[in-house]
Design a protein around this ligand. Structure first.
Ligand code: WT7
Length: 652
């Protein structure tokens, strides 16, 4: 971005009050903001007491050596004990922890008592394989309960896990094993995806052959596919765990003991091993899950559709929900197998009351059509969540109406792998929500928007999102690279964490996320956010999804080029539609934001976690050779898009 702050073009007037019934019984009320404002550290100390500590912390925050924080440093706890045993001890052993739904339709309910036994056996098995406190274990598994068990077993014995998304290649696994020096890899024969067994172990075999130091590969049997076997190294999960005692005495570790490393690639560059530790991380994961979803563990059925390989799966499948004693659904497969109503069928079957999913999924459901969710009974739902990208106001409205029956509040939760847990979000019993806005920093969190010179922008202004105070679940460093940690996050603005996102404040001071600053477009001297133009396109009834980029332009510096996916009923060949879409953006945001070109496409390039890769679209729009495509889900998408390009540019 240049000196000018980010333009604020989009006006959104719709407002939705919290449902009265939910507000009356909400876990967290407006008072929490006051309390945290008056005594931020006292507030977090109180949230830490929601956990069971072997040694209660007396210190809350040590910020004597910024940006290296220590939270609850003299406390000791066992994270797995907090997520499992204590619920059994409290008499809730018969409560279902996980309703597992396999893609082929098999299902399994696991109670907290059963989970405790499985975690105990797995912890004993890892110990037998030589894993000790302080070691690292790589996990490369499909979305099956053993993924959660494996993470908790590591936590239980004080080994840090490094979960690698099951869609990543042998290269990616090898790089992560090497960087973290993992001793053991936990994988499976395969998992089910799009109606077929898909192998996982071959990628691990390949990766392990290229690195030193892996002593054992522990293999869960899921698909019963044939697997290559290295005697002495490979061990079947079911064989070794069967021999173990279910009893395992959890050791209490320091609050700052490493819990996990999770690699984040950004769009290019060497992946960064984001390090999270125990006490502060669990405090904020559990508190935000309780507050933002208003979780009532006795009655709610919660479902987060993320993969365990992303931070959302770590914080809001494994640690937050289990620390809170939640009953949750875990689904192995894709949303369109065997049919496009699979998600809604699952909600109906388990009477899911809280759903947490991503804008990319919501826009896909919009494209598939309203009639699909309409066939299912979704009346059990009471809170809806969104995470991963800015949610376009029109996608938000679609979600509210077609999934939430116009009655469920939507919580648009902003956070990152690095923040560990939610930072900016409405509270469902407090906030009057605005479609497209994450709104306010949660109680105990300090976020604002600044300009180039680090001055806070006034209400109505746009700029850079920064976090101004340390928070319990913050990353502690980049594994093995403290300097990169400082350079990446703490150097742009003195004393502040810079998240890499553009944002604006509206007239009420509410925060709207505007996309990654690397993607901001500079058109005739104005910094225009991709998010606002995309949202304007999605507000046209013919558009389900849009991605815009700035392409070099002789007259305006950059010109806006838009790639759009149309809704089921719209016709891509309709010449009038393109003109209509350009005019629609001009009318919504002003002439400056009117795209020069609009290209209807069938798919958009996305990362494996569903984020649009605008960098590649920029390459296409500027007729350059494509950059690094290794993080792309489906590289054939780019071939399809490139064939669109010879089309004549639209004229004004
Ligand atoms: C980036 C972090 C948070 C877990 C999943 C992604 C974008 C995330 C929102 C939101 C606008 C969002 C940001 C952020 N993002 N949530 N509610 N509104 N943008 O974790 O892969 O580390 O990505 O995702 O750009 O910086 P991640």
């Amino acid at each position: 971005m240049s000196n000018e702050s980010l333009a604020n073009l989009l006006k959104e007037e719709r407002r939705f009050a919290p449902p009265a019934e939910l507000a009356a019984a909400a876990n967290v009320t407006a008072e929490a903001y006051e309390q945290a404002k008056a005594d931020r550290l006292g507030f977090w100390a109180e949230q830490a007491r929601r956990l069971a500590w072997a040694t209660e912390p007396t210190e809350t925050l040590d910020w004597s050596n910024p940006p290296f924080a220590k939270w609850f440093a003299d406390g000791k706890l066992n994270v797995a004990y907090n997520c499992v045993d204590r619920h059994v001890e409290a008499g809730n052993g018969d409560r279902v922890a996980i309703h597992f739904e396999g893609e082929p339709g098999d299902s399994r309910a696991i109670t907290y008592a059963e989970l405790k036994d499985e975690v105990g056996r797995a912890a004993n098995a890892l110990t037998e394989l030589g894993v000790q406190k302080g070691d690292r274990v790589a996990v490369y598994l499909p979305m099956i309960p053993e993924a959660v068990v494996a993470m908790l077993a590591c936590a239980r014995i004080g080994a840090a896990h490094s979960v690698v998304f099951g869609g990543f290649s042998a290269d990616a696994i090898a790089a992560r094993i090497k960087d973290a020096d993992a001793k053991v890899v936990i994988t499976s024969d395969g998992g089910y995806r799009r109606g077929k067994p898909s192998a996982l172990k071959p990628a691990v075999d390949e990766a392990v052959s290229r690195v030193d130091g892996v002593r054992h590969v522990l293999v869960v049997q899921r698909t019963k596919q044939d697997v290559a076997w290295t005697e002495g190294r490979d061990v079947w999960w079911h064989e070794i765990t069967r021999k173990q005692s279910a009893e395992h005495t959890p050791e209490a570790f320091d609050a700052e003991h490493p819990l996990f490393i999770l690699y984040t690639s950004g769009t290019t560059g060497k992946p960064k091993g984001i390090l999270h530790t125990s006490g502060g991380y669990l405090t904020q994961a559990a508190y935000t899950h309780h507050a933002v979803f208003d979780l009532k563990p006795e009655t709610d059925v919660y479902w987060c559709t993320a993969d365990i390989g992303w931070v959302t799966g770590h914080s809001y499948i494994t640690y937050g929900p289990l620390a809170n004693g939640a009953t949750q659904v875990m689904y192995e497969g894709t949303p369109d197998t065997p049919h496009q109503g699979r998600f809604w069928e699952i909600i109906q079957k388990y009477e899911v009351s809280i759903l947490y999913t991503a804008p990319t999924a919501i826009r896909t459901f919009m494209k598939w059509g309203d009639d699909i969710p309409a066939k299912f009974d979704l009346s059990s739902l009471r809170v809806l969540g969104s995470v991963g990208e800015p949610i376009n106001p029109e996608a938000w409205i679609w979600y509210r109406k077609n999934i939430g029956g116009d009655r469920c509040p939507i919580v648009d939760t902003w956070w990152q792998t690095e923040t560990g847990a939610m930072m900016i979000s409405p509270l469902p019993g407090v906030t009057e929500t605005k479609p497209g806005s994450a709104q306010r920093a949660l109680p105990g969190i300090s976020a604002t928007v600044v300009d180039d010179e680090a001055n806070e922008v006034p209400d109505g202004g746009g700029g850079y999102l920064v976090l101004t105070e340390p928070w319990p679940s913050m990353l502690r460093t980049i594994w093995g690279d403290d300097q990169r940690f400082i350079d990446t996050y703490w150097s742009r603005f003195e004393g502040k964490y810079f998240a890499g996102d553009g944002a604006k404040k509206d007239e009420d001071g509410d925060i709207w996320l505007l996309g990654r600053v690397d993607d901001v477009m500079l058109v005739s001297g104005h910094n225009i956010s991709t998010t606002e133009v995309e949202s304007a396109l999605v507000s046209h009834p013919a558009v389900a999804e849009a991605a815009v980029v700035g392409a070099a332009d002789e007259t305006t510096g950059q010109a806006i080029v838009a790639f759009v996916i149309l809704r089921g009923t719209a016709n891509a060949e309709d010449e009038g539609l393109v003109a209509d879409l350009r005019n629609h953006v001009g009318a919504t945001l002003g002439p400056i934001a009117k795209p020069k070109r609009v290209l209807p496409v069938a798919e958009l390039p996305k990362t494996r976690s569903g984020k649009i890769m605008r960098r590649l679209l920029r390459d296409v729009a500027e007729n350059r050779e494509l950059g690094d495509v290794t993080t792309l889900t489906d590289s054939s998408v780019m071939d399809l898009i490139q064939t669109k390009l010879p089309a004549a540019p639209s004229e004004d």
